[in-house]
Design a protein around this ligand. Structure first.
Ligand SMILES: Cc1cc2nc3c(=O)[nH]c(=O)nc-3n(C[C@H](O)[C@H](O)[C@H](O)COP(=O)(O)O)c2cc1C
Length: 335
């Protein structure tokens, strides 16, 4: 078996925490991160994470059971904090003895971190700023993911390189911080590990793995795209704050602009409140992503992709992607 001594040493805190061989997490991707990709990542020594997205507790129950049938290795479950059934989903994770729960999509609601920890699972949260990272760690988060705007899917305003420089020197010595966003090669992993990261999280690089169930047309769109085509959505109405989403530019991108105008008009007419307006926007994304990933409609659907998409050129088994990242990282650290 290939060994990566320099990388393994720097990843040790991360691998001890995750319970796997390499501290490379495959970030949850709605519709993409289901049983097949998650099990393939974990079987290859990485850490797969199921994207719960808008799943009901019953569907999540079945997905976890099916994943467990495909791997005996640890994997996590990513829950969206604004899911109306969050506490029921936590109960499903508890029933299955899920070891790690990732809370995404905003500040965790009161009691959610405690509920997960009571089940014996570790809690991983996202932090868009140093202040929030400190607050979440104080509130009981066991590890943090800091994710820059190069990433695919919903993004914050700050780049990974700046977040890493702001947060790692302050927190990495005493806390487990995983870096995400724009990582396409092992050399980048090496640099974040040297800055103190416990590990990394990638999404875009894994979306087209052989084991990913994404539609062939979705994968083809990734193979053809370059970094500059993975663009962030724009907010058209200052009263309607929408979280930007990074995806390949297509007709769907334009439809999102139209959708925002439609929702803003409903807001103006007093037909919906701000909460409902934002929910409508999120439902738009969920539907659009499904159209691209499952139906293969890459023109009208949302082909969420990070800027590292230019480094995704062919379909490869998850194990090969992880092995390549690890050997690039090792070579960089051994220099
Ligand atoms: C197609 C796609 C769908 C995603 N869906 C989710 C999601 O449902 N929940 C989530 O927390 N992150 C989601 N993400 C973000 C990933 O989990 C991961 O953090 C991100 O892809 C890392 O950055 P990278 O794309 O530059 O590697 C998604 C990313 C992509 C590309």
């Amino acid at each position: 078996m290939t060994t990566y001594p320099h990388t393994a040493a720097l990843m040790k805190r991360g691998t001890d925490f995750l319970g796997c061989e390499t501290a490379i997490m495959c970030g949850a991707m709605s519709w993409v991160s289901e049983r097949n990709l998650v099990a393939a990542i974990s079987n290859a020594g990485g850490f797969g994470v199921i994207a719960c997205g808008a799943m009901t507790p019953d569907i999540l129950d079945r997905e976890i059971a099916a994943t467990k049938a495909l791997t005996t290795k640890p994997f996590g479950v990513n829950l969206i904090t604004m899911h109306p059934g969050l506490f029921d989903l936590i109960a499903v994770c508890r029933k299955h003895g899920v070891t790690h729960v990732v809370l995404a999509g905003g500040i965790p609601p009161k009691g959610s971190v405690e509920a997960i920890k009571e089940s014996g699972a570790k809690v991983i949260c996202f932090a868009p700023t140093l202040a929030l990272a400190k607050k979440l760690l104080r509130s009981g988060a066991d590890a943090m993911v800091i994710e820059g705007m190069e990433a695919g899917g919903h993004i914050g305003p700050v780049s990974t390189s700046v977040l890493a420089q702001e947060i790692l020197p302050e927190l990495a010595a005493d806390h487990l911080i995983f870096v995400a966003g724009g990582i396409g090669r092992g050399e980048a992993i090496a640099s974040y590990l040297e800055m103190g990261a416990a590990g990394v999280q990638l999404g875009t690089r894994f979306a087209c793995a052989t084991e990913s169930i994404a539609h062939p047309a979705f994968k083809k769109a990734f193979f053809r795209a370059s970094a500059r085509e993975a663009v962030a959505s724009v907010q058209v109405d200052p009263r309607l704050p929408v979280i930007p989403v990074r995806a390949l530019k297509n007709k769907g991108t334009e439809e999102f602009t139209a959708k925002q105008r439609e929702v803003a008009a409903l807001l103006d007419a007093g037909e919906v409140d701000m909460g409902e307006a934002q929910l409508q926007i999120e439902h738009f994304w969920a539907g659009a992503l499904r159209r691209a990933v499952i139906d293969g409609d890459v023109e009208n659907g949302s082909v969420m992709a990070g800027q590292s998409v230019g480094m995704v050129t062919k379909e490869e088994p998850a194990a090969d992607i992880i092995a390549e990242l690890m050997s690039q990282c090792e070579a960089a650290l051994a220099r």
